[in-house]
Write a protein that binds this ligand. Structure first.
Ligand code: CP
Ligand code: NVA
Length: 306
């Protein structure tokens, strides 16, 4: 595994499985009250330039459970918000801390931070990627379905950070991936290139019709129609995405026992109906819980090296 977690494209299948196996073990230890202070005396700096509930709480709690400490740097009230160059922030934090988690807009900023930091950098969401979420998602699917290989993963909606990361993560672990999105809202070109060339493109489909994408699915994912930073497009997107909803009609064409996953927060009545959400709430909140365990595994693998 590389020294940072910046995007799913950087992980091999073996890296992903190693993270999921360790996450399962850490979850077991947590449930059975077995202490695991693997990162004692280590500190994680968390930079947030966008809102968060799950990412913040799971990283902070995770570091505490690993015997370490996490500190929050709000973009607005640190010098980052006053324009201190990323290159300098990276080098300063490297002198105090043992790892950096960052949630921001641009993937390039995260890559720059990692280039200048001497300590591991973890992407806690950018406009391009959300690898921590997808590791928790794969962990949850494997937990519920006992396997990943050969399952069909379907994503309905915007070709956003979640779609980008799920496509890559799903394909790498041996799933078939289908995506339905409106014209003009496709996943990132770099991701599409990867998906179309992965094993000759045999395991990936991109269509306009949500029912076509969902047919025979073992797990359906969706996400908000307007992501953080796209608030002013909300009205337009409500119109464009109207038929990209996970509802009973869509679930009817999936495989029996098909799971539903949502990274949250969810907008009921938009990308998912109240009925489908509540019918699959256990799976969705397992997914939220698994952020904690999957990220602890990432922290251990990246920050526990020496
Ligand atoms: N899913 C997710 O990343 O949630 P937060 O925005 O609350 O961190
Ligand atoms: N696509 C969403 C995910 C939130 C966790 C966003 O970027 O806002």
């Amino acid at each position: 595994m590389k020294n940072d977690l910046l995007k799913m494209l950087d992980l091999s299948k073996e890296d992903i499985i190693e993270i999921l196996d360790l996450a399962d073990q850490l979850k077991y230890e947590r449930k059975h009250g077995i202490p695991h202070p693997i990162l004692a005396n280590k500190t994680l700096a968390m930079i947030f330039e966008k809102n968060s509930t799950r990412t913040r709480v799971s990283f902070e709690t995770g570091m505490y459970q690993l015997g370490g400490h996490a500190l929050m740097l709000n973009g607005k009230d640190s010098q980052i918000g006053r324009g201190e160059p990323t290159e300098d922030t990276a080098r300063v934090l490297s002198r105090y801390c043992d790892g950096i988690m960052i949630r921001t807009y641009s993937q390039a900023e995260v890559e720059l931070l990692a280039k200048y930091a001497d300590i591991p950098v973890i992407n806690g969401l950018t406009d391009f990627a959300h690898p921590c979420q997808v590791l928790a998602d794969l962990m949850t699917v494997r937990e519920h379905q006992a396997q990943l290989e050969g399952l069909k993963l379907c994503f309905i909606g915007d070709g956003n950070n979640m779609a980008n990361s799920l496509i890559v993560g799903g394909l790498k672990v041996g799933m078939d991936v289908s995506v339905a999105c409106p014209k003009g809202y496709e996943p990132d070109e770099e991701v599409l290139e990867f998906a179309r060339s992965f094993k000759g493109g045999k395991h990936f489909t991109l269509v306009r019709d949500p029912l076509e994408a969902a047919k025979g699915a073992d797990v359906v994912f969706t996400d908000v129609w307007a992501s953080m930073g796209q608030e002013e497009q909300q009205q337009t997107r409500r119109r464009v995405f109207k038929k990209y909803q996970v509802n009973d009609q869509l679930m009817a064409v999936t495989n029996p026992g098909c799971m539903v996953q949502h990274c949250l927060p969810a907008h009921r009545g938009e990308e998912i109906t109240e009925e489908v959400f509540e019918g699959h709430a256990d799976e969705i909140f397992d997914e939220a819980e698994n952020r904690l365990h999957a990220q602890k595994a990432v922290l251990v693998l990246l920050m526990g090296k020496k």
